[in-house]
Design a protein around this ligand. Structure first.
Ligand code: PEP
Length: 229
């Protein structure tokens, strides 16, 4: 079972380093896969012990005139080789088109990065039924090389992100089964995963791991989730 934490625009460098130490202390002697965290760009650092570190975002160039962005050169400084691509907050709030997302995927694929690729539908699409749902989700794979070995799909329905209301076991199973059949990749679920629902979600057969936002911010709570699952 994979545990992935997306800090979004939370935590500083100091608190991220402290977070890593707490996770390592809390999980000492506990048999589990490494935890992967995505801190903000200013807090990127090397992984340590059971904690691996990835980038929430980066531009698809080594370096250059891209004001406000970071690229491969900045990631290499911390030996970062994992990246989150396609998160709905970047698609919806920052206006990343599928074409842009696909360019990013292609670039980091060429670099051999592990890509956690996020997809998810808004509530309006979910309400239109199964056919519309899958049509929407599959459109988020346009120009994505799904034969790339080092990528994981994170299904994150937009209506479940940060709302406190997770998708149901049936919702997750329906989508995951469709994705497994089509792409046969490792699958994560994300959207209001927390201490009170982690057991139920972890039991779903197609769930290989979880991507957690709000409930990952407190290291002790997050370690409790790992232990509970
Ligand atoms: C996310 O944004 O990736 C996420 C899963 O957020 P939350 O857990 O807060 O719903």
């Amino acid at each position: 079972m994979r545990f992935v934490a997306n800090f979004k625009m939370n935590h500083t460098r100091a608190s991220t380093l402290e977070y890593i130490d707490i996770i390592n202390r809390e999980l000492e002697g506990f048999e589990c896969q490494n935890v992967l965290i995505f801190p903000p760009a200013t807090a990127l650092c090397e992984g340590k012990g059971k904690v691996e570190v990835g980038a929430q975002n980066a531009y698809f160039e080594e370096k250059g005139a891209y004001t406000g962005e970071i690229g491969l050169e900045q990631l290499r400084e911390f030996e970062i080789s994992k990246i989150l691509i396609g998160h709905s907050e970047r698609r919806e709030i920052l206006g990343e088109s599928q074409e842009f997302v696909a360019k990013k995927f292609e670039f980091f694929k060429e670099q051999g990065f592990e890509i956690i690729y996020c997809i998810g539908e808004p509530l309006s699409v979910r309400k239109q039924g199964k056919e519309a749902l899958f049509e929407y989700l599959f459109s988020q794979f346009t120009n994505i090389d799904t034969s790339y070995e080092n990528f994981t799909i994170a299904y994150e329905p937009i209506w479940a992100i940060g709302t406190g209301v997770s998708a149901t076991v049936e919702d997750i199973t329906l989508v995951h089964e469709g994705l497994k059949k089509e792409f046969n990749k490792e699958l994560l679920y994300g959207g209001s995963v927390k201490l009170s629902n982690i057991e139920e979600i972890a039991k779903i057969e197609t769930v290989d791991g979880v991507l957690v936002g709000s409930a990952s911010l407190d290291a002790k709570e997050f370690a409790k989730m790992v232990k509970k699952a």
